[in-house]
Write a new protein. Structure first.
Length: 285
């Protein structure tokens, strides 16, 4: 029993050391880990396992750990300082498609077939090779593609339209439980959230997930998928109310014979028209 507790406690301590070592080497997605760093992770895992099983001494194991933590950190530092060292350690990008034409020699160089290339493009949402102007394999193995000018999606900038800046939506309900911190970060409270749910006729217990965007609109996913969720129209209703006020001002100006009153109505109509022009990208897009 005592030996078992010793092994468990030592394994926990070594786990913490291994976790700290990995954090020191760098915080990256496993698909973006550099080859040398990936090798370091494997060696660290093997050494920690051997130390845990007493197959190597702790002193020897710590020397290996320190070495394989220091090496990636040192090489990363040198790679930052020198482009030549960076390319030597991490490799360099490879052009796979140029001016719409596949570079077969480069495909062979990175050991890819045409099917591999098509599969990678499909994973990026590109199913027609004729749409691709340029594609490159980065040093971490990721493939990025640039579409031809006439195949790129149209944006608001292309149309010369202004759009409202969007902040990250906050998840405020998860598994029927209200998350207070994200809600307060939006300047809202639980009473507001419950009122909005009541307007939709939805109980809190039936909400699997709820997000609130920067304009205060809700996205809901319910446990009961048979329930139809009314679509929020907060911004559209606000814009419609402002338009109604503007129409009322115009009507009042046409109905009155008083020049002062007519001038006041027309002046406020014009002010509201300028305001609507500014708000239109925020409320209708």
């Amino acid at each position: 029993m005592q030996e078992t507790l010793y092994v468990i406690s030592k394994s926990l301590a070594l786990f913490c050391i291994a976790w700290l070592s990995v954090r020191l080497i760098g915080k990256r997605n496993i698909t973006q880990v550099k080859p040398f760093n990936f090798l370091s992770y494997i060696i660290l895992a093997v050494v920690v396992a051997l130390m845990s099983l007493d197959l190597i001494s702790l002193s020897s194991g710590f020397v290996v750990l320190i070495t394989w933590v220091a090496l990636p950190i040192g090489l990363d530092y040198l790679a930052i300082k020198s482009q030549a060292i960076h390319q030597f350690i991490n490799g360099k990008e490879t052009v796979l498609i140029k001016h719409g034409k596949i570079m077969e020699e480069n495909l062979i160089q990175v050991r890819m077939t045409g099917e591999d290339l098509l599969a990678e493009l499909r994973s990026k949402g590109i199913f027609n090779l004729a749409e691709v102007e340029f594609a490159i394999m980065e040093s971490n193995g990721n493939i990025n593609a640039y579409l031809k000018s006439d195949k790129k999606p149209m944006t608001a900038h292309d149309l010369g339209k202004k759009v409202a800046p969007q902040a990250e939506p906050q998840t405020v309900i998860m598994d029927g439980n209200i998350l207070a911190e994200p809600l307060s970060s939006l300047g809202l409270n639980q009473e507001w959230l419950k009122t909005e749910l009541d307007k939709m006729g939805i109980s809190l217990e039936n909400v699997f997930l709820c997000q609130v965007d920067s304009s205060g609109e809700l996205f809901l996913d319910l446990f009961n998928d048979a329930v139809e969720i009314p679509q929020p129209k907060v911004k559209e209703l606000l814009y419609a109310n402002l338009e109604k006020i503007q129409a009322d001002l115009l009507a009042f100006s046409l109905q009155t014979e008083n020049k002062n009153a007519k001038g006041m109505y027309v002046k406020n109509y014009q002010k509201l028209d300028r305001l609507l022009n500014k708000l239109r990208p925020y409320l209708l897009n």
